[in-house]
Design a binder for this molecule. Structure first.
Ligand code: CUA
Length: 334
C-alpha cells in the first residue's frame, strides 16, 4: 500500500510537468499545438517500436529448436534493421519538415523585435506606422492574431522559447531570425532562454501575456506615448544622480540609456530581473543592491553603496503605477 501511494505520488509529479504556464504539452497557441501533436505521434510510434523490439528479443532468447538458416536471418536483419527504420524515420522527417514553413512565414502585420542579451530580453513592438514601443522581459500578444517575432542577439547565442505558444528559435549575433506564432487562448505564460549563454542562462526568463485583441490594441495604443512618471519623488533624483539613466530608459525623464532594460513601465510587469523575481518593492531593492549575487555575470553592478532606504526610494519610484494613458511629453518633465 505505501508503495502504491509512492507510485501515485511519482506519477502525479511526472504529470505535473504536462500542464502549466511553461509546458509544451499544454498548448495555448496554434504552433505549439501542431508541434505537441507531432510529439504525441512520435511518442506513440516509439512505444510501439519499443514493444515490438522487446517482444522480438524475448522471443529470440526463449526460442527452442533449430537455429534459423542464414538466409532467414539475413532477411529479418534487412527488414527489421534497415527497411523498417528507414521508412519510419522518413515518415517522421516528412511530418517534421512540413511544420517548418509554418513556423517562419514573414510579413505579419504585428511585428515584435526581441533582442537577447546576457541575461535579459529587449522587446520592441514595431507598429505599422513606424512607431516603436519599448519594453523588456515581458511580451503582450493578442489572441487569434499571427505575430511575427524578429529575433536578434547582442553578445552570444540565445534561444527564444515560449513552450505553450511555439517551438524555439535561436537568436544569433549578426543574424536575424524570424518566428511566427498565433496564440489561441488568453493567459499568462512563461518563456525561457533555451540556449546556454553564460553564468545566468537559467535566470533568463520571459513573461508572456496573451490578451483579448481589443484589450491588446487599447494597451498598445496607450503605450505609443507612455504616461510620465511622478516627478515629486526622491527616487527619481537618486536614480539620475547614481547614473542609472546611463543604461536605463525611463520615458518622460532624462534617463535614456540603451544598455539595460527599458524601465518605463516596470510597474506593469509581473516580474523583475527577466522573470526570476516577483515584481515588488522588496525584491527590487534587493536586486538593485545585490545584482551580481542574484544574477551572476550581469552587466549591471551591485549598487551596494546605496542604503536600503535609498534603494527603496528608487524602487518605489520605478514601481509607482503610471496614471491614465494621457501622454505627457518628455519636455514636460523636470
Ligand atoms: Cu540567454 Cu541562455
Amino acid at each position: 500500500r505505501p508503495l502504491r501511494g509512492l507510485g501515485a505520488a511519482g506519477l502525479a509529479l511526472i504529470l505535473a510537468g504536462c500542464s502549466g504556464r511553461q509546458s509544451a504539452l499544454d498548448p495555448a497557441g496554434h504552433e505549439a499545438r501542431v508541434v505537441g501533436d507531432l510529439f504525441w505521434w512520435m511518442l506513440i510510434a516509439s512505444v510501439v517500436i519499443w514493444a515490438l523490439v522487446m517482444a522480438f528479443s524475448f522471443y529470440a532468447s526463449h526460442r527452442r529448436g533449430e537455429p534459423w538458416s542464414s538466409r532467414a536471418a539475413a532477411r529479418v536483419i534487412l527488414i527489421c534493421g534497415a527497411i523498417l527504420p528507414t521508412l519510419l524515420l522518413a515518415i517522421l522527417l516528412v511530418l517534421g519538415l512540413r511544420l517548418m514553413p509554418m513556423l517562419r512565414a514573414p510579413g505579419e502585420e504585428l511585428r515584435i523585435a526581441v533582442e537577447g542579451q546576457q541575461f535579459w530580453w529587449r522587446v520592441t513592438y514595431e507598429l505599422p506606422d513606424g512607431t516603436r514601443v519599448s519594453s523588456a522581459n515581458e511580451v503582450r500578444l493578442p489572441r487569434g492574431r499571427r505575430t511575427e517575432f524578429v529575433l536578434t542577439a547582442q553578445d552570444v547565442i540565445h534561444s527564444f522559447w515560449v513552450p505553450p505558444l511555439a517551438g524555439k528559435m535561436d537568436l544569433i549575433p549578426g543574424m536575424t531570425n524570424r518566428l511566427v506564432l498565433e496564440p489561441e487562448r488568453t493567459g499568462r505564460f512563461r518563456g525561457a532562454c533555451a540556449e546556454f549563454c553564460g553564468a545566468s542562462h537559467a535566470l533568463m526568463a520571459l513573461d508572456v501575456e496573451v490578451m483579448e485583441p481589443d484589450a491588446f490594441e487599447a494597451w498598445l495604443q496607450s503605450r505609443r506615448t507612455p504616461p510620465a512618471p511622478p516627478r515629486t519623488e526622491d527616487g527619481a533624483a537618486l536614480f539620475l544622480a547614481n547614473g542609472c539613466g546611463a543604461c536605463h530608459t525611463v520615458a518622460g525623464t532624462e534617463a535614456a540609456g540603451r544598455v539595460g532594460p527599458d524601465l518605463t513601465l516596470l510597474s506593469e510587469r509581473p516580474s523583475i530581473a527577466a522573470g526570476i523575481l516577483p515584481n515588488n518593492t522588496d525584491n527590487l531593492v534587493s536586486f538593485i543592491r545585490n545584482t551580481r549575487d542574484i544574477k551572476p555575470g550581469a552587466r549591471m553592478p551591485s549598487f551596494a553603496m546605496l542604503s536600503p532606504e535609498q534603494a527603496a526610494s528608487i524602487a518605489h519610484w520605478l514601481l509607482t503605477p503610471r496614471s491614465g494613458t494621457a501622454g505627457t511629453r518628455r519636455a514636460d518633465a523636470t
